[in-house]
Write a protein that binds this ligand. Structure first.
Ligand code: ATR
Length: 264
């Protein structure tokens, strides 16, 4: 039986095992997908298990997306550009790091029929998933990408990866067509981002990477102000789908049942 894992710290909340095991069963694959809470000093040995074929694939989440890189043989273009890896596998005797968060975000935005060309995107946060979102925005042709983070130095670190990124001071709200919450504010129902969106106007797209809770205060504000809004559920599903495709070489189904799996 093949073994797959998602690693992170914390990891309890991860819904990846639920989704992957559902697809594994649906496709009659002889495999199991587990989760493992990891410490920094355990990364090396775990990657070695991939090399030895004891583990067939690993998903990586916060805070290891960048930390796994020194232990890998090769990176996909997206993983290289973002310095983030969320999917690991063996190919031709090499341990490869890929990044399916990029494609996950792209697919989720395209599903909304939102055309990014000549649009301004405003990204909040500078954590694990933000470089992937920015790279996806670049790929989709956004003409201007702005980033703001409470701790500005972290936004500056991301700017080192992307030439044309512009930093906005935390608290300022520039003109934008799409705003993405890439912070962790909202994971707790009562949390609210301390930014004032009351003057942003209408018909913007508010996108929250968070999908649990279903509607964060960020999205509730968007709704109240007459804007479009979407949570990160489909991004999560599509990144999982792309990892599944890499590992099992087949495309799993995404339908109402899959989406419902993530309602907790
Ligand atoms: P990590 O930083 O370990 O990668 P993450 O969950 O991916 O973790 O990122 C957390 C993000 O949410 C960061 O951008 C963080 O901002 P700081 O860099 O200033 O810490 C942001 N964040 C968390 N709590 C916040 C708050 N109360 N207000 C604004 N931003 C917050």
């Amino acid at each position: 039986m093949k073994k797959y894992l998602v690693i992170g710290n914390p990891i309890d909340h991860s819904l990846s095992p639920k989704l992957h095991n559902f697809w594994i069963k649906q496709n009659n694959i002889n495999a199991i997908y587990d989760k493992k809470k990891l410490n920094d000093d355990e990364i090396k040995n775990l990657i070695f298990e991939i090399r030895e074929n004891k583990i067939s694939g690993i998903n990586v989440t916060v805070p290891f997306k960048n930390k796994v890189i020194p232990f890998l043989d090769e990176l996909s273009l997206g993983a290289k550009k973002t310095q983030s890896v969320n999917t690991i596998f063996m190919k031709d005797n090499k341990v490869i790091g890929d990044n399916t968060d990029i494609g996950g975000f792209e697919s989720a935005i395209k599903k909304l029929d939102f055309d990014l060309s000549n649009k301004t995107a405003f990204v909040l946060g500078a954590g694990g998933v933000v470089p992937s979102i920015i790279y996806a925005l670049v790929k989709m042709g956004a003409s201007k990408i702005l980033i703001s983070n409470r701790t500005e130095s972290k936004a500056e670190n991301i700017k080192k990866l992307f030439n044309n990124l512009q930093i906005v001071s935390w608290g300022e709200i520039p003109e934008f067509d799409i705003i993405i919450n890439g912070t962790s504010v909202g994971l707790d129902d009562n949390e609210q981002i301390d930014l004032d969106f009351s003057n942003v106007g209408k018909n913007k797209l508010f996108y929250d990477v968070i999908y649990n809770p279903n509607q964060t205060n960020f999205l509730k504000t968007a709704k109240k102000l007459g804007n479009k809004f979407e949570n990160g559920k489909l991004m999560f599903i599509f990144q999982a789908l792309l990892s599944f495709k890499i590992w099992h070489n087949l495309e799993p189904t995404v339908n109402e049942e899959t989406i419902k799996l993530l309602d907790i």
